[in-house]
Design a protein around this ligand. Structure first.
Ligand code: PEP
Ligand code: MN
Length: 363
């Protein structure tokens, strides 16, 4: 897949606003609910109405979606409001039904993007159609898998493409439902600047009080749009209740968003940012040097442990280091989660170094 493929042309063709806003319930529940929310979003900056019809649930027993009947409700909502309609598809049958019901936008969910068989099946079912297709990131932070999904669609002749960044699962508990790992989405955007990128703060945060902040972060990173789950009675939603907002709150969130300039024109600004970047570069170089020094000490410790036949991993010592660093991070305004990640990585590298020493020159 090359750049300049016209992948973002659809944004202009449909005269979609900047940022593009996709809103609507996690799940279509009843005809009244679908129509009520759509009516409330009609005269706003929302361009695309979303509703899950088939819901992939992590565990059985949850609400699995109303199924094909909901597609008729979306057709009614479209006729009444003029909004474009979007649903999640996970297989060829979903695609066929969505096409028959004049759905405008199909998105591939995070649990489907992980499966190349499923993505290929969807791509095959879309050959010779002209739909907008958005690929959510896979649940695991794997850029190749995400891109692979986009490429399968592109190779099937789908040209109106985009990606949705909805964050990644982790085993550890964090303040996010799915951690953003922004650098991954930024890398994707750098490699394919043509590919529209949409942030889904609802699934990233899992809670409605964080949606404003994460939406703003996405705009600050030049994202093209947002997908925000919106429900007329969020607390009573049949799925993802904690993260949905009312249409009224959505409008507030949109009004509060600051859309920044992309920068280029203002030379004083450029100069200033360039200087700041240079300072960052300098600190980054120092970080690498300090880490090198730290590892050389780890090597010495490794040699000592070898001489004394002591095991590499000393759990108590590691916990102490972590505690101390968390405390030292506080006045520097470094979050606990960051310190934990950073020192896990450093510790891991130390262990690798020490193992090397211990396993070298067997006598
Ligand atoms: C959704 O958009 O409701 C959904 C199921 O999302 P994801 O695939 O990101 O979990
Ligand atoms: Mn959802």
């Amino acid at each position: 897949m090359e750049n300049n493929t016209g992948m973002r042309q659809w944004l202009d063709d449909f005269k979609l606003s900047h940022p593009l806003v996709i809103a609507g319930p996690c799940s279509a529940e009843t005809e009244e609910q679908v129509l009520d929310i759509a009516r409330q979003l009609k005269d706003s900056d929302v361009s695309i109405y979303r509703a899950g019809i088939w819901k992939p649930r992590t565990r059985p027993g949850g609400f699995e979606g109303v199924g094909a009947i909901g597609l008729g409700w979306l057709q009614k909502a479209k006729a009444e409001t003029g909004l474009l309609m979007a649903v999640e598809v996970a297989n060829a049958t979903h695609v066929k039904l969505a096409l028959e019901n004049d759905i405008d936008v199909l998105w591939i969910g995070a649990r489907t993007t992980v499966n190349p068989f499923a993505v290929q099946e969807i791509a095959d079912a879309l050959v010779n159609t002209d739909k907008i297709v958005l690929v959510k990131n896979p649940v695991n932070p794997d850029l190749a898998l995400w891109l692979g999904g986009v490429e399968r669609l592109y190779n099937a002749g789908i040209k109106k493409l985009g990606v949705i960044h909805r964050g990644f699962s982790t085993y550890e508990k964090t303040k996010y439902r799915n951690i953003p790992e922004w650098q991954l989405a930024i890398e994707l955007h750098d490699r394919f600047p043509d590919l529209p990128i949409i942030c889904d703060p609802s699934h990233i945060t899992g809670r409605r009080d964080m949606i404003q902040q994460v939406s703003q972060q996405a705009l600050d990173l030049n994202y093209d749009g947002l997908m925000i789950e919106t429900h007329n009675n969020p607390d009573k939603a049949w799925s993802d209740a904690a993260q949905q907002v009312t249409p009224e709150r959505l409008k507030e969130i949109m009004a509060n968003l600051k859309v920044r300039n992309k920068g280029a024109e203002d030379s004083a600004f450029n100069e200033q940012i360039e200087k700041l970047r240079l300072r960052i570069d300098e600190y980054d170089s120092r970080l690498i040097q300090v880490l090198g020094k730290r590892m050389r000490i780890a090597d010495e410790i490794g040699a000592l442990k070898k001489e004394n036949n002591v095991s590499v991993l000393q759990g108590k010592r590691w916990k102490e280091v972590l505690e101390r660093m968390k405390n030292e991070g506080l006045p520097e305004n470094l979050g606990e989660e960051f310190i934990l990640k950073l020192f896990r990585a450093i510790h891991q590298e130390s262990i690798v170094h020490q193992e090397k020493i211990i396993n070298s020159q067997h006598s």
